[in-house]
Design a protein around this ligand. Structure first.
Ligand SMILES: Cc1cc2nc3c(=O)[nH]c(=O)nc-3n(C[C@H](O)[C@H](O)[C@H](O)COP(=O)(O)OP(=O)(O)OC[C@H]3O[C@@H](n4cnc5c(N)ncnc54)[C@H](O)[C@@H]3O)c2cc1C
Length: 381
């Protein structure tokens, strides 16, 4: 399908990012999958070449262009290459908006140059061992003590958790106030009492560090409060739609690349003396998957435009998140089936895509929670 979303400058950006992936990521990714973490060096190289903080103003070392299409290009190309270890999406699409919209001048000067150069790797910590979907039930607590907040609690499943130098932590600062009692605190590498637990052993996304974090009487300077005290939950609700769109961008790109690799496979693989692509079942399965991939692409591109124009609603982002990721998981399962036994072998990219994709319907808000959000907007009762 011809895409009309991009201008010539985006195409140049895409080419230069593809070159970066070829040179700096492709030769290392297998090693990173084995070690369950990428080398920090790749972040610095991405920073040097302008792939971190594209929308951060130039005065802080960023690209100075507020245009989500650049973020989408990075996510698409990373996904198409199967380079699921590099956590640039989390850094650029998920954490950057918090720093850009909420940080004061002093904080911006302190954090954004490192964010853009790749010296400061970021993460966001909402989920806890006892609660994920029900965010209002988090137990991590921060109590004010003079010029500091004293932070206690633990988080889990945190993307970039081992490599992160700066973690936006969601903490309860006033347990009596319900949703109005949450605040965002920036915890930095080296703060006493901030420990990293296990780098979690996942079924996919093997090169990405996903970790447990714990906070024991961490004295976080009051100057590290992001935005206003008590507004944390509202900030999360404002920023989650962009995170959900980024996950939908992954879904569309993964569907396209898995469909392409499967079409090639069924042309080459023979059974009963002919290519398996010549069987009616193969044609029908791929016809359905090609239709669904096109539908997902149309929706994702339309919603990227809306996001760029500030017009993507919370409900629309939830629609994109659940529908595209469920379609992705289904497509990859069907594509793996068409690969036969080879589809089950890790050396085949479809097997890796299968393992990497499964989490898509879970993180960033599960399919069920997305349907709750959409359902609430339908005013049914
Ligand atoms: C690889 C990976 C990376 C992640 N990265 C991050 C990160 O960087 N930062 C971060 O904060 N979190 C991260 N997460 C956490 C992720 O967002 C949560 O796992 C997710 O929100 C679900 O929460 P949970 O695991 O506690 O599941 P639960 O909330 O316990 O849900 C379990 C099941 O119950 C269902 N359920 C729950 N409530 C309802 C309801 N009201 N109605 C119907 N069904 C319901 C869910 O849909 C799900 O099927 C990551 C997770 C993974 C696996």
């Amino acid at each position: 399908m011809e895409r009309t979303l991009f201008e010539p400058e985006h195409l140049l950006f895409r080419e230069s990012y593809q070159k970066f992936l070829e040179q700096e990521v492709a030769p290392n990714h297998d090693k990173w999958e084995e070690q369950n973490i990428v080398d920090r060096e790749v972040w610095k190289k991405a920073g040097e070449q302008g792939f971190l903080g594209m929308d951060v103003p130039e005065e802080y070392g960023g690209g100075g262009v507020e245009d989500f299409r650049y973020n989408a290009i990075i996510t698409e190309e990373t996904t198409r290459g199967g380079f699921s270890g590099v956590g640039f999406m989390l850094h650029n699409d998920v954490v950057a908006p918090y720093l850009l919209k909420l940080a004061n001048e002093e904080q911006k000067k302190r954090w954004l140059p490192g964010f853009c150069s790749g010296e400061i790797i970021t993460a966001i910590a909402m989920t806890e061992p006892g609660t994920g979907s029900d965010l209002q039930n988090i137990k991590t607590r921060a109590v004010r003590d003079g010029d500091h907040w004293v932070l206690n609690g633990s988080k889990t499943f945190i993307t970039n958790g081992i490599n992160a130098d700066l973690v936006v932590v969601v903490a309860c600062t006033d347990p009596d106030k319900g949703a109005q009692g949450f605040s965002l605190l920036v915890v930095e590498r080296g703060m006493e009492g901030f420990e990293r637990g296990r780098n979690l052993d996942k079924i996919g996304l093997k090169a990405q560090d996903t970790a447990e974090l714990s906070f024991t009487d961490v004295r976080v300077p009051a100057a590290n409060l992001l935005g206003e005290e008590g507004m944390g939950f509202i900030y999360l609700m404002q920023n989650l739609p962009q995170e959900r769109m980024s996950i939908a961008v992954v879904a569309a790109a993964a569907m396209e690349s898995c469909l392409e690799m499967t079409m090639q496979y069924v042309r080459d693989r023979k059974a009963f003396g002919k290519p398996i692509g010549s069987f009616q079942n193969t044609r029908f399965v791929l016809a359905e998957l090609a239709t669904e991939t096109t539908a997902v692409r149309i929706l994702v591109d339309k919603f990227i435009e809306q996001l760029n124009d500030g017009k993507l609603t919370v409900q629309e982002a939830a629609m994109a998140k659940w529908w595209t990721t469920e379609a992705q998981v289904k497509l990859i399962d069907r594509c793996l089936q068409l690969h036969g036994g080879y589809g089950y072998m890790r050396e085949y990219p479809i097997a890796k895509a299968y393992m990497d994709s499964r989490v898509q319907t879970i993180y960033g808000g599960t399919t069920e929670i997305m349907k709750e959000i959409i359902g609430r907007g339908l005013n049914l009762s």
